[in-house]
Write a protein that binds this ligand. Structure first.
Ligand code: DAH
Length: 356
């Protein structure tokens, strides 16, 4: 029995994995194992022999069983340690960067403009990109014969013969959203309307689709002074400068009276634009007091209400702020260009956290 004990305790101690250990269990204490066979021999012994051999065999069996289970636990622990060592992970390492794509400068600038005007109490209005010529022209005091229609290089939607719905156009500006908003909500109003507009034109500064943002404020006592303040606040916030000088140049738009084009003081020293200083002027938008006929066309009583409007090219102010030389590149879908001029996907422009 001492030989059996030494043999099995030695083999168990040396077992390298659980499969070997299981073989040993079968060999020693399994049904046909050595110790079980010995126990069967107890029957052939004399009562005296049995009295000492029986308890001794049982004790040996217990000893081997507990050596087996102790070894099993030790092997499991070692296997776990081994796995933990292999799967070790330094959670303090920086993450692995993955390209998520970038925000297009037009989207970025639209968000910036929206954040600035939202801060001044303007909400965002929308209108259809395919609109009737009434909303795009007539309601804005641009009648059929008016030269502004020709100037705008309008895309007209095809009409089948006998179709007598009103003619539809791809909107040539965001100004029709003024009419739709006045019709929908009545006065007072404070909205901006950013969006796509279309004109049949193509060169370094013109693309057949581009973006504008319209502004409209209607109330009882709104004047050009309010327009001037709002635009100054906007330009300062947008170009992220403390001071700007605006120049209001008398102009003409059919839908405003009086009308003004607005320039900002700037310099182009060394080929880069600086806003707020210098001897140059940069035209950035058209504006004016909403024409009484336009209010009337949209169902707002011009004897009671008045207001200002403005229209600005989003692509243009994006090019100016971010130094983008060619308008056409905006719409080329060139990935290298987008990576260069694009913005981080998770940085949403806000006034408190920074626009750009
Ligand atoms: N709709 C004009 C354009 O596309 C821009 C504009 C000028 C809009 C004056 C206005 C405005 O609201 O008051 O050229």
């Amino acid at each position: 029995m001492d030989d059996l004990r030494d043999k099995y305790l030695g083999l168990i101690a040396a077992a390298g994995d659980e499969a070997v250990l299981e073989d040993l269990r079968v060999q020693a204490v399994g049904k046909k194992g050595e110790i079980s066979l010995k126990m069967r021999e107890l029957g052939k012994m004399s009562p005296e022999e049995r009295q000492t051999a029986g308890p001794a065999l049982n004790a040996l069996k217990d000893e081997i069983n507990s050596a087996l289970s102790a070894k099993k636990v030790a092997l499991e622990d070692a296997a776990l340690d081994e796995r933990l060592r292999g799967e070790w992970l330094d959670v303090t390492l920086p993450g692995r960067g993955r390209r998520m794509g970038t925000i297009h400068p037009i989207s970025q600038v639209t968000e910036e403009v929206t954040a600035i005007f939202a801060d001044m109490g303007f909400s965002v209005a929308e209108g259809p990109q395919i609109d009737t010529d009434w909303y795009n022209f007539d309601a804005l005091n641009i009648p059929g014969h008016h030269p502004a229609r020709a100037e705008m290089d309008t895309f007209y939607m095809h009409r089948a013969e006998g179709d007598n719905r009103p003619p539809h156009v791809l909107r040539t500006h965001t100004s029709p959203v003024q009419i739709r908003t006045m019709e929908k909500t009545g006065a007072p109003i404070r909205v901006i309307a950013p969006g796509r507009v279309y004109r049949a034109d193509y060169d370094q500064t013109h693309t057949p689709m581009f973006h504008q943002v319209e502004g409209l404020a209607i109330d009882k006592d709104i004047s050009m002074a309010n327009l001037k303040w709002v635009l100054e606040e906007f330009v300062k916030a947008y170009f992220e400068v403390d001071d700007v000088e605006l120049r209001f140049r008398a102009s003409h738009f059919p839908f405003t009276e009086p009308s003004a084009e607005v320039d900002i003081r700037c310099s182009w020293e060394g080929g880069t634009l600086k806003v707020g200083e210098g001897d140059d002027w940069l035209e950035i938008l058209g504006s004016g007091m909403v024409h009484p006929k336009v209010l009337q066309n949209a169902g707002v009583n011009p004897d009671e209400w008045q207001g200002f409007a403005f229209g600005m090219g989003i692509d243009r102010i994006a090019m100016l702020k971010y130094g983008i030389p060619d308008l056409r590149a905006f719409f080329d879908s060139d990935l290298r260009w987008l990576r260069h001029y694009g913005f981080a996907a998770l940085d949403v422009p806000t006034l408190h956290a920074g626009l750009s």
